[in-house]
Design a protein around this ligand. Structure first.
Ligand SMILES: Cc1ncc(COP(=O)(O)O)c(C=O)c1O
Length: 369
């Protein structure tokens, strides 16, 4: 018997399957058209169900941020990038376990991280590829110069168990409206070009140049020397992505279905999705208010939250929801929302088609086949 959206208990994250499939297909076609290897970041969906669709639609491999993501995603791909330095015996042992069956690449930016990885790979008898991370403007991680990159690459060369796989960067500082990204993208291009030039002069031409993000997704092919793109948010998109014009509201595949539980206080409606369902995420990049907007009513924002209450401000609308009515909230930052829930429901129109667990949430070890 078909289950209708009205039968779902709220709050619950629901995915419009048509939109999801369109987002996957559009990005796969873009990567193919521009001859870029697609290695999507799984942090957004944390689910082999989506990862398998990404691989089927042409992704070369997957990008992960945590050992648990690596473990869970080894069921979906045998080509995994940990885009995060791996430090500490326990994490390294978990990674080496996965590296029995999968090609593993680790991104790092220090000689210390090379030493720990090299020793763990040698002890486990595995070969691990290494991307050297460059800081090209985000100022989060990444070596500060080509000379520092060369130092890290030389350290990689001291371990027979490690292979220099290329360079990587994440331009997370570019979250401006798409029409205003030019000057930062120009600067990024100059910096990538200079880094690749200096590495080439030193005889260390990077085999792979890995980068790309959802805010700059349709400009990825303009980034100098890039061979691999790693967008994550594009599968579901969110209010942050649509506010800057990297997608439209119609491309936002994941919303949080919520029920209006109170309209007692004038000028507002309260839904059963608070910060434990939506996260307390600001709109990133551009000035913006609220913690999410109502699908189809973009002027209605979640303006404040308790743990289980979300307050919709009705000042800018003539829409007056009734108690018991359901709304779908487009979250500001979808990756955080996914991580707050155990499972996601897939809808075809208003009918429940499927559901899947957020299998890679959390940090504890997952069983590896
Ligand atoms: C290292 C790295 N690569 C790729 C991504 C892609 O993410 P997004 O699609 O949100 O730009 C991220 C996002 O945090 C990241 O940290």
């Amino acid at each position: 018997m078909a289950i209708d959206i009205e039968d779902l208990e709220t709050p619950v994250p629901v995915v419009d399957m048509d939109r999801l499939e369109r987002n996957l297909a559009r990005t796969a076609a873009y990567a193919k058209q521009h001859e870029l290897a697609l290695r999507p970041h799984v942090k957004t969906h944390k689910s082999p169900f989506i990862a398998e669709q990404q691989i089927r639609s042409g992704a070369r491999g997957l990008t992960c941020a945590t050992p648990r993501e690596i473990e869970v995603m080894s069921a979906a791909s045998d080509d995994l990038l940990l885009a995060y330095p791996a430090l500490g015996r326990s994490k390294l042992e978990r990674l080496m376990h996965v590296a029995r069956h999968a090609r593993l690449t680790v991104a790092l930016d220090s000689v210390e991280a090379v030493q720990q990885l090299g020793e763990a790979a040698t002890a486990a008898g595995r070969e691990v590829a290494v991307y050297v991370e460059l800081d090209l403007g985000m100022h989060r991680v990444g070596v500060q110069s080509a000379a520092d990159a060369i130092g890290v690459i030389r350290a990689i060369g001291r371990y027979a168990s490690l292979r220099y796989g290329g360079i990587t960067f994440y331009a997370g500082h570019i979250r401006d409206r798409v029409s205003d990204q030019h000057s930062k993208l120009d600067r990024l291009n100059r910096d990538v070009d200079a880094a690749v030039g200096e590495l080439t002069k030193a005889g260390l031409t990077p085999p792979v140049v890995s980068g790309g993000s959802t805010p700059t997704i349709w400009q990825t092919h303009e980034i100098a020397h890039l061979t691999e793109m790693r967008p994550g948010t594009y599968v579901y998109n969110d209010r942050g992505t649509s506010e800057i014009g990297a997608c439209t509201e119609d491309d936002c595949a994941l919303t949080v279905l919520a029920t209006v539980v109170s309209t007692a206080v004038p000028g507002q409606a309260v839904v059963d999705a608070g910060c434990k369902a939506l996260g307390r995420e600001p709109v990133r990049g551009v000035p913006g208010e609220g913690f999410g907007s109502v699908l189809g009513e973009p002027d209605v924002l979640v303006v404040s939250m308790s743990e289980e209450h979300g307050v919709l401000d009705l000042a800018n609308t003539s829409w007056r929801p009734r108690v018991g009515e359901r709304v779908r909230i487009v979250p500001n930052h979808v990756c955080i929302v996914v991580h707050l829930h155990e499972a996601i429901v897939g809808l075809r129109g208003d009918v429940v088609e499927t559901s899947w667990p957020v299998a890679a949430r959390g940090r504890s070890a997952a069983t590896v086949a």
